[in-house]
Ligand binder design. Structure first.
Ligand SMILES: *Cc1c(COP(=O)(O)O)cnc(C)c1O
Length: 448
């Protein structure tokens, strides 16, 4: 496959397509460790690395490239968790009102951070439940097949949980996933979906399409979708449009409100560093929030907060995404989420993306400096975030195992893809320079 490469020349300015407000992108001029370290020292955002606990390998920091699977632990996490345990010990049930962060309104602590990350308005976002659970709950509202308008369009080889969720929703409505689930695939020989192909598949499905639901950043290739164009195309044929943002949130800037996206959900344990299995979140566009007759599964935490404890028989919905919230907040699960979101507010997502673009370009150059490896992630920064997916042609799993043995934490996806995420909050140019040396040695030792 012919891949159009735009490899940045070392040290020279690189055109930056998504964020013109920043200075031209520059990366260290060599893979020398000391040069990389100087580049880190000159970058104000590098200070955030010290706020994380980095797993160790033979007395040195691991080269941790799996922040897209499980983000590292913020040092402040333990204190935040401990505070809730103390308040529980001290106040018992009174902690709902007397805790330092009253549990009764605990979910409201996340609004500012989630608005920053999603481009949602305060009444459009809420932290709750887990990702796949929320995807189902949102489909109760946004996948309502009627007559011939009954199909769902998604990407081929979506994340397995999403595939199961979509197919089971279709069956739940007594429809058939083999005919009612349209999966758009990359062209033969290509790894990344083309926007034009997605748009024409939507147009072709026309009035048979009930909903479009896709991963905003593809978990496998790391490719970022053109979410505004897809949303507009879905709306043009009368379908709803939602995104699973598991690999997008905290990674790439989002403007869900302005794009007119109907709904979205995400998890907080990947780029959001909130800990294993940590709370998910949802976005519901305000036009639906204010729609009086949208169907929804309801519970007491979606009821008007002013009247929640009157224990009324009739549900009176919160005038916000909170209406989709069913249960009271899992406080111990959510305590770390606040710490993690505050780090994003402190650093700023656009600034992090800019650093992420430089780290990713440096990692791209490091991988391409070693013969025999192919990157399937787009090389245009506007079409990716902080992930590179590398095809280990002919090397097989033994190359990956050699990297792991040398302290590189990456992940392996069958049949032969290594995924790596240089995360701007805690990865460094030095990580990448060290990785380059390890990769060269491993490739030399594992020649085909
Ligand atoms: C990580 C991920 C999930 C995981 O779902 P959980 O419900 O949090 O276990 C689902 N979908 C996508 C696209 C993911 O990347």
């Amino acid at each position: 496959m012919a891949r159009r490469l735009r490899i940045p020349k070392f040290g020279s300015p690189v055109e930056h397509s998504s964020l013109q407000i920043f200075a031209p992108m520059s990366i260290p001029a060599t893979f020398d460790r000391q040069t990389a370290r100087s580049a880190d020292a000159a970058d104000p955002l590098h200070r955030h690395r010290a706020d994380f606990l980095i797993p160790q390998h033979e007395g040195e920091d691991c080269i941790y490239f799996t922040g897209n699977s499980l983000g590292l632990q913020p040092r402040a996490a333990a204190t935040a968790l401990q505070a809730e345990l103390e308040d529980w010990a001290q106040h018992g049930v009174e902690g709902h009102f007397a805790a330092r962060n009253p549990w009764v309104s605990y979910h409201e602590r996340f609004t500012t951070g989630l608005c920053h990350l999603t481009g949602g308005l305060p009444h459009e976002v809420v932290a709750m439940n887990a990702l796949t659970v929320n995807l189902h709950l949102l489909m109760v509202s946004f996948f309502r097949p009627q007559g011939k308008r009954r199909k769902i369009l998604c990407e081929a080889k979506a994340f397995p949980s999403d595939q199961y969720a979509l197919a089971s929703q279709i069956r739940f409505h007594h429809l058939d996933p083999t005919t009612d689930l349209i999966e758009v695939a990359p062209r033969p020989g290509e790894h990344v979906l083309r926007t034009a192909d997605i748009l024409s598949a939507i147009e072709e499905a026309g009035d048979t399409l009930a909903m479009v639901m896709m991963g905003g950043v593809n978990y496998f290739s790391g490719a970022r979708l053109d979410m505004p164009a897809i949303t507009a195309a879905a709306h043009a044929v009368g379908a709803t449009c939602g995104f699973d943002l598991a690999h997008a949130i905290g990674n790439v800037p989002l403007s869900l409100h302005d794009w007119g996206v109907d709904f979205a959900c995400w998890c907080s344990y990947k780029y959001l560093n909130s800990g294993p299995g940590a709370v998910s979140g949802i976005f519901v566009h305000e036009r639906h929030v204010h729609s009086p007759d949208i169907p929804r599964f309801e519970g007491w935490w979606g009821h008007d907060a002013e009247r929640r404890f009157l224990m009324e028989e009739t549900f009176s919905a919160m005038p916000s995404a909170e209406a989709w919230q069913m249960s009271n907040a899992p406080v111990l699960n959510m305590a770390v989420h606040k710490v993690a979101l505050d780090q994003f507010l402190d650093a700023g997502l656009p600034q992090l993306r800019e650093r992420g673009d430089r780290l990713t370009a440096y990692l791209e150059a490091a991988v391409l400096d070693v013969p025999g490896l192919e990157i399937i992630t787009p090389s245009d920064p506007a079409q990716r975030g902080s992930q590179l997916s590398v095809v280990a042609h002919g090397f097989g799993r033994s190359l990956f195992d050699a990297l792991s043995a040398a302290g590189v934490v990456a992940d392996w996806r069958e049949p032969n893809v290594i995924r790596m995420a240089p995360v701007p909050l805690y990865n460094s140019f030095e990580d990448i320079a060290r990785f380059h040396a390890i990769l060269r040695t491993a490739v030399a030792q594992h020649s085909k």
